[in-house]
Design a protein. Structure first.
Length: 320
């Protein structure tokens, strides 16, 4: 059965033709990010990671812990993470997964997810259609939640990924949450930059040295009005890990970007030669112009992160 599952998985996802170069895998000078809650990498990936760590540009993130389903949002964080995983997976398959739950930006997110996966060594994005559920919930919540109809979207996305995991032989599910998503805000909320991905937050014991981008990113993010999502928090991650351990013993949940700011992730992505940051999508909407609106919370957080990281997006990145 396991062999059959792997053959099915191979038919669903294009095999990776080659890895991403080691250049640019670190988020910034002097920054180290190795959260202690991520699953242990496979022996093959661990050996390659250790060997490369002796080079002049060691990676800042741990390699994936075995065959991994990576939830893709089309945003900067998941695009950077799929490139990192494609490089470090070696013999371990990477399964980029996108779920269309009738979010307003779904068409743009899908295109961005496909582009990021394809650029990461020829991976193919797996796409799940849950639009009927999203439309029903949008109607129930109307006029609220016009852009993101699922109130607990990360819980739903994890449930979808967990349902696929045993069939395709995945041992890890990865969320591209960054510190900006997980850091608590005054009043008990959390700042979330994008559905399914956005900041990082260091776990106790994780070593991290603030880089200029981190400091500037924190100041810039403070000016962005927060959106509180209960499924983008450390408490949710801990609960989700316990849930997965109960449902599928051995299935791990990773959040490799959790001790990096969004600005750090942008800076990291800018050094990945195969990744086009301009092809990622953060906007909560899907303007006909093909440009991001520039006015929603997600656009403001994205713009602030790019500015803090010193990365130019170009004059046509936003409508306003």
């Amino acid at each position: 059965m396991k062999a059959l599952s792997r053959r099915v998985a191979t038919s669903l996802f294009a095999s990776r033709a080659g890895g991403v170069g080691t250049s640019g895998l670190g988020p910034g000078a002097g920054t180290s990010c190795t959260p202690n809650c991520n699953p242990a990498p496979s022996s093959t990936a661990r050996a390659a990671w250790s060997a490369s760590s002796a080079s002049s540009t060691p990676p800042a993130l741990p390699p994936p812990g075995g065959p991994t389903i990576l939830l893709m949002s089309g945003g900067v964080e998941s695009a950077v993470l799929v490139h990192h995983y494609a490089h470090w997976s070696h013999a371990d398959p990477i399964y980029p997964l996108f779920v269309d739950y009738a979010q307003a930006a779904a068409p743009r997110e899908r295109l961005a997810g496909r582009a990021a996966a394809a650029a990461a060594g020829g991976l193919t994005l797996m796409e799940v259609d849950a639009t009927a559920l999203g439309e029903q919930l949008r109607a129930l919540h109307a006029p609220a939640r016009p852009h993101v109809p699922l109130p607990h979207r990360n819980l739903f996305l994890l449930a979808v990924a967990a349902s696929y995991a045993p069939t395709i032989g995945a041992s890890t599910i990865a969320l591209a949450l960054c510190k900006d998503d997980l850091d608590p805000l005054p009043g008990g909320g959390h700042r979330s930059n994008h559905p399914g991905g956005g900041g990082k937050s260091g776990e106790p014991g994780a070593a991290a040295t603030a880089s200029p981008a981190t400091t500037l990113g924190a100041a810039a993010a403070a000016a962005v009005a927060p959106i509180a999502y209960s499924t983008a928090s450390k408490a949710f991650l801990e609960s989700a890990r316990a849930m997965l351990a109960t449902l599928s013993p051995g299935l791990a949940l990773a959040a490799p970007l959790q001790c990096m700011s969004k600005a750090d992730v942008v800076a990291m992505g800018a050094r990945l030669p195969a990744l086009a940051l301009g092809a990622t999508w953060s906007c909560a909407k899907s303007p006909p112009s093909g440009r991001q609106c520039g006015l929603c919370v997600q656009c403001k957080a994205r713009r602030a992160a790019f500015q803090a990281a010193g990365v130019e997006e170009g004059p046509d990145a936003y409508e306003k």
